[in-house]
Ligand binder design. Structure first.
Ligand SMILES: [Mn+2]
Length: 339
């Protein structure tokens, strides 16, 4: 932590303070770091599409033109490369890191600047909201909207999904259960993740994303063991009338296995009434052997990916997994969780 300067104390602000300051301003310029990326642009356009109104002008501005992949962000053509900086009563710097990396930024704007970032950064602005524990600046903007019950239009939802997708490498790292919960909410607000992923050359069907969104909203985290789990009831599966392959449930299971607060993940699919198919996934660094737990349940697989079939309710299954875990504690193969 660096010392704050005594003359003008840069403050740590809440998302509520920040929202109020944005609402009180009329002419707001949105800025990000040089060579704008998916997160900086996603956060910018999340704000732009949500908060713009005739009396409330938001201007997303970059010096350089972003790469063609970012045309997945709706109306990115509204980006200005020649903004009217004099007229601005507020600047918002997004995903910026240090002030000298920010396009169009000048230190004289400090008393009119809000800095929102997930990088370690000096508190160089009047209001600063810094959280290095989250995936992205777009996740912070999503939190601000959801915590204050602000309606997020579909175009903003798509922009924020693009930001989160970009900074997590397609949910491969820094992805917490909160990140995925926000992703689910953004999908429900009409965010088009398919548009985002297809621009980044990963094609996933709308039906798959729809069912993923439903499953991720129901995600739970257990403490002991640290299991992230969700299930797809038979009624939901039937309504899609597609195979688990078409719904890309293997990718969903993989995604649940990446959640940072958990040691392993479970996706349970009720393929017939009262019959579940379970998929465990984990990462090598988490030091859990999911094959041992699957074996206990009559299945198999390998250390990092294993499956089983189970007759009974989802609740009973979770209880049995807990039992398997605690019985296996003496067997270091199952329970040797790195702390
Ligand atoms: Mn970022």
């Amino acid at each position: 932590m660096k010392n704050e300067t005594p003359l003008q104390t840069p403050s740590s602000s809440t998302l509520g303070d920040i929202l109020q300051t944005i609402r009180d301003a009329r002419h707001i310029v949105l800025l990000t770091h040089q060579g704008p990326d998916g997160d900086g642009l996603g956060a910018m356009f999340g704000l732009y599409h949500t908060l713009s109104s005739p009396n409330h002008i938001l201007i997303p501005a970059t010096e350089s033109r972003p790469g063609p992949a970012f045309t997945c962000i709706p109306q990115i053509s509204h980006l200005t490369h020649n903004p009217q900086l004099k007229d601005a009563d507020l600047f918002i710097t997004l995903d910026a890191g240090e002030p000298d990396r920010i396009e169009f930024y000048h230190t004289s704007y400090k008393s009119r600047t809000i800095n929102i970032d997930h990088h370690p950064s000096d508190r160089f602005a009047m209001l600063n909201y810094l959280d290095t524990s989250v995936s992205s600046t777009s996740e912070i903007i999503s939190a601000m909207f959801f915590e204050h019950k602000i309606h997020v239009p579909p175009q903003a939802a798509t922009a924020l999904l693009a930001g989160i997708f970009f900074d997590t490498g397609g949910f491969q790292h820094n992805t917490s259960s909160t990140t995925l919960h926000y992703v689910a909410k953004l999908l429900r607000y009409g965010g088009d993740l398919e548009r985002v992923t297809s621009y980044l050359k990963h094609s996933t069907t709308p039906q798959a994303l729809n069912i993923w969104g439903q499953a991720l909203e129901d995600l739970s985290l257990e403490q002991s063991p640290a299991l992230a789990h969700t299930h797809i009831p038979h009624s939901v599966l039937k309504s899609f009338n597609l195979s688990s392959k078409d719904l890309q449930l293997d990718k969903l299971a993989l995604l649940i296995g990446t959640i940072s607060e958990s040691s392993f993940g479970l996706l349970a699919t009720e393929y017939e009434d009262g019959n579940l198919k379970g998929s465990f996934r984990t990462d090598s660094f988490k030091n859990v052997n999911v094959e041992q737990i699957a074996k206990y349940l009559g299945g198999g697989g390998h250390r990092y990916a294993a499956g089983f079939r189970y007759k009974g309710s989802y609740t009973a299954l979770i209880a049995d997994i807990r039992k398997a875990w605690h019985n296996g504690k003496s067997d270091t193969e199952i329970g040797s969780v790195a702390e």
